[in-house]
Design a protein around this ligand. Structure first.
Ligand code: IFG
Length: 508
């Protein structure tokens, strides 16, 4: 618009009237090093825009009192102050409670050079948005977040993993560290496998020998898995999990997998003789005494006490590998026990064998078969049963990655990262439409796992992939493997001993 001469005259004029102070340009945010969509699970709708927001020491987190818990967690993670109201023109990350799109757990994240706004109708949605936001902050270097908008919400409401603390007990501290990690990928259910042939891991007041005997030192696989959760431990875990928007699902496996209970209470056998304690890994040899009323008084005591310390909706009653129980007795057992769970206000949840029982139409079946057809499950689904997908050949993260994996089992086949990722829970089983699928769960059995390090090595990165199957609308292996490779340094920074799969190009 101005010719060069004019510009010169203008510059001379301005120089004469304006003090020659150099107006400091706004701190140019260093370019963002994490793309707005580089998040696991992949968000639904990502709209990058220019610019970005640079977090500095002066940045604050602004949140209403109702969102203080989530805000404090973010503040701790980013080492930023949390305030109720930030002064105007302060660079801030504002958490807001308000409508986004009416979908459960949804949130909207907006980033521009002035700051970040995270909005959701619920604290669960804010928690989800905070997990996403933390992945957008570079793990090192200038903390510039890419500009743009993300609108996000889950495909399935149930995104779970199971930790077997029966074969080898894991301490509350280890379980809390695992909760910290699973919640970063928006996993929102933790199924605890609390009893099995080798051990009983939850205190039941009316049956103290379950833990004084079944949870004693020397129980567990190879006799090195002893220990148990007191009720106080369990209640503290429930509270801790809830603060990370994870719901605990307790499992008492019945009528099979009961040797530890029968060692503690021989009256739970039909001949009243206590079986020898077992520290091997065989399955399918034990059964409660189906025709005895003593059995149902026991089951009711356990279900009642579990229900009163479990705020979550589910009580898992196992039901798998009841090879020492006749099918007729199995159905008799389910007919008596499934209503007991309902009586104490909970939804029954069991391995998919329970689907054979007509009473299972009010229960949730956990599909663990490696097949993609199961007439009993399809029939139960037609009758109202809902399903959680945990196909052993794809989602059992206790299986070895490949023949060289030191830990884990291999009866369901080797499961590398891509195999655990490249399947669709909504269409996996014939006769189980997406409308009957509550979600996914990745079981981690502990026959060969003794430490948190072992848990981490088998869980990560496969559980991150299964978390994406539970959350994101569609899967894309190339996109996932790229985002996963970029995520590696975050696990490394937290000391998580993840498996560096050769299928992934791991960033350093
Ligand atoms: N199957 C058994 C588990 C455990 C597992 C190890 C189920 C439902 C093999 N039952 O999986 O107790 O031993 O991979």
């Amino acid at each position: 618009m101005y010719g060069r001469r004019m510009r010169t005259r203008l510059a001379v004029f301005l120089a004469g009237v304006l003090p020659l102070t150099v107006v400091a340009a706004p701190a140019q945010a260093a370019p963002p090093t994490v793309a707005l969509g580089s998040v696991i699970p992949a968000p639904v709708d990502v709209r990058p825009s220019g610019g970005g927001f640079r977090i500095t020491a002066r940045t604050v987190i602004e949140a209403p009192a109702a969102a203080r818990g989530v805000a404090e967690q973010l503040g701790e993670a980013l080492r930023l102050r949390v305030v109720g109201h930030a002064p105007p023109r302060t660079g801030k990350i504002a958490l807001e409670l308000g409508k986004v799109n009416g979908k459960p757990e949804s949130y909207r994240l907006t980033v521009d050079k002035r700051g970040v706004t995270l909005r959701s109708a619920t604290t669960a949605g804010l928690f989800n948005g905070v997990q996403t936001l933390q992945q957008l902050v570079p793990v090192s270097g200038p903390r510039t977040i890419a500009g743009g908008e993300i609108i996000d919400y889950p495909r399935f409401g149930y995104r779970g993993t199971m930790l077997d603390i029966a074969r080898h007990f894991h301490t509350p501290g280890e379980i809390k560290r695992h909760i910290d990690e699973i919640s970063k990928f928006k996993v929102n259910y933790l199924h605890l496998h609390l009893s099995d042939d080798q051990g009983w891991r939850i205190q039941i007041d009316s049956r103290p020998r379950l833990t004084t005997v079944g949870g004693a030192a020397g129980t567990g696989v190879d006799g090195v898995g002893g220990g148990f959760l007191t009720k106080a431990d369990y209640r503290d875990l429930v509270r801790y999990a809830a603060s990370r928007h994870v719901t605990i699902v307790p499992e008492i496996d019945m009528p099979g997998h009961v040797n530890a209970a029968q060692v503690a209470y021989p009256e739970l056998t039909c001949d009243g003789v206590a079986p020898p304690p077992r520290t091997d890994t065989a399955v399918g040899y034990s059964s409660l005494c189906i025709g005895s009323e003593t059995t149902y008084r026991f089951v009711e005591d356990v279900v009642r006490e579990l229900a009163e310390m479990t705020p979550g909706p589910f009580i898992h009653i196992g039901g798998d590998e009841a090879h020492a129980t006749t099918q007729a007795d199995y159905l008799t057992f389910q007919k008596r026990v499934l209503p007991l769970v309902t009586k104490y206000g909970k939804t029954a949840y069991g391995w998919n064998e329970i689907a054979a029982a007509p009473e299972a139409n009010v229960a949730v079946a956990q599909f663990w078969s490696s097949a993609t057809q199961n007439p009993a499950v399809a029939a139960a689904v037609a009758n109202g049963t809902k399903v959680i997908m945990s196909p052993a050949n794809l989602a059992y993260i206790d299986q070895k990655y490949d023949p060289t994996t030191r830990l884990g089992l291999s009866w369901a086949g080797y499961i590398e990262v891509r195999k655990a990722y490249d399947w669709d829970p909504g269409t996996h089983v014939t006769g189980v439409p997406e409308s009957a699928v509550l979600g996914v769960e990745a079981p981690l059995w502990s026959e060969t796992l003794r430490s948190l390090d072992d848990i981490e090595y088998m869980a990560w990165p496969r559980l991150a992939g299964i978390a994406e199957l539970g959350w994101s609308p569609a899967r894309d292996w190339e996109s996932f493997r790229t985002r996963l490779g970029a995520y590696g340094p975050r696990w490394a920074a937290r000391g998580v001993d993840f498996y560096r799969s050769p299928q992934i190009d791991w960033a350093s």
